[in-house]
Design a binder for this molecule. Sequence first.
Ligand code: SF4
Length: 423
Amino acid sequence: MIWLDSDSPLYRHQMNEAPAETKRPRVNVRRPDVMELVSAEVAVHFHSSIVEKLRDQGGRITVGNTTLLLAEQFGFCYGVERAIDLAYASRRVFPENRIFLIGEIIHNPDVNRHLREMGIVSLPWQEMTSGYDTLTEDDVVIVPAFGAPTTFMEKVAERGCYVVDTTCGDVMKVWRRVRGYAKDGITSIIHGKANHEETRATASRALGEKGEGHYLVVLTLADVDFVCDFIRGGGDKEAFFKRFAGSHSPGFDPGLHLAKVGVANQTTMLKSETEEIQRRIRAAVTERDGDSSQFQVFDTICGATQERQDALIEMLRKPMDLLLVVGGYNSSNTAHLVEMAEPELPTFFIRGASCIRSLEEIVHYDLHRKEEVTSNYAALFAPEKPVTIGITAGASCPNNLIEETIFKVFELRGVDRAALGAE
Ligand code: SF4
C-alpha cells in the first residue's frame, strides 16, 4: 500500500496511526503544480462570489421587503476542503488509473456527482464486497474524510493499491482516544450513529491494536438511560442486546464491559446532547462505585461542528420568519443544525435551490419521519408580506448551493439577481 497524502505520515505518527508497510516510494499528490490546477477547478465547481460578498458585509441583505441572513459560520469545513482537494489531485496525478472511493467523500450529493463525473467510482462502505478483491496494484483508493474501518484499510493494503487517505485529523484524534481506552481496558461508549461511516471507522479502532477492546454505540438519551440503569444495577441482557443490536463490539457483555467506561463521540454530534450523555454516565458510575474513577471522557466534537452550532445559536437570537438549512440529507452535522432550530422557528432542511418550488411549496427532509416531504409554507412566504429568511448550511455544503438558494429565494420574491450585486 502506498500512502499519498503528503501530510499523512506526520499526522499518523502524531495520531499513533501507523500505516501499513510501504513497499514503494510515497507519491505526493499535493504537488504545487497539481494543487494550483486543483484550486482553480474546485473554485469553479464550488465557489460563490455572492456568498463571499454577503459574508464580507456582515451576512445580511435586504432588497424590497425581503431580508436574508446568513449564519456567521456555515458550509465547507477545513476537513472537507482538504478531502475534496486530495480527491481532485488524485485524478490529476493518476489520469490513467482506475480510482475508487470507499463510500462517499463527504455527505453531499453535488460534490459526489462531480467525483463520479471525473471517473471516480464509489465502492460499498457498509460491507466488504467481492469488488474489493478485484482491486489491483495499479488502482487508487481514496479514503473519505470520515475514515474507514480497519478491515477495509487492511483489505486495500493487501491488494497493494495506492491509497489517498483524506481522513480528517479531527476524526483521527477520536481514534487515538478510543485506542487508548482499549489499551487501558476501558470500554468506549461512542455517542454517534452506529451506521454512520465515521462511527463505524471509530468503533473499529475501539477494538484496540490487538482486538482486545470493546465498544458500545449510543445515539439517544433513552439509549443512555438504559445503559445507565445497567451500570447502576445490571438488568435484562436479552433486552440489552435487542436494543443495541449491531451497536456493540463482538463478545460484548454488559455485565463485564461496563465496569470501566470512557465516552467519545462522533465529531459531528450535538454538543449539548453529548455533554448531557457524559453527565448521565458519569453520575451512574459514581452512584455505583462511590466515585467516578472508572469513568473517562474526552470531548471529540470537532471545531468546525462547534463553530457552526455556536453561529446558529447566535443567529437564532435575531428575529427571523423561517430558516433554510442546506445540505445532504445524510449529513449528520447538518441534521443537528436542523434539530437545534426546529423548536425556535419554522425550519426547512433542503438539498438545494430546487427544493424551493414556489412561494407556496417547499420540498424538504423531515427528520422525524426520515423522508422527504412537501410542505405548504405560503403563510410564511407571501410576497406582500415582509419576510426575514435565515440560511445556514452544514460542513459538507458548498457555497455554490447556498448561492443558488439565495438567488431562488429572491427570484420568487420578484428580485433579480443583479439587484443582489451578482456578477
Ligand atoms: S466536520 Fe469536523 S471532523 Fe468532519 S471533516 Fe469537517 S472538520 Fe473534520
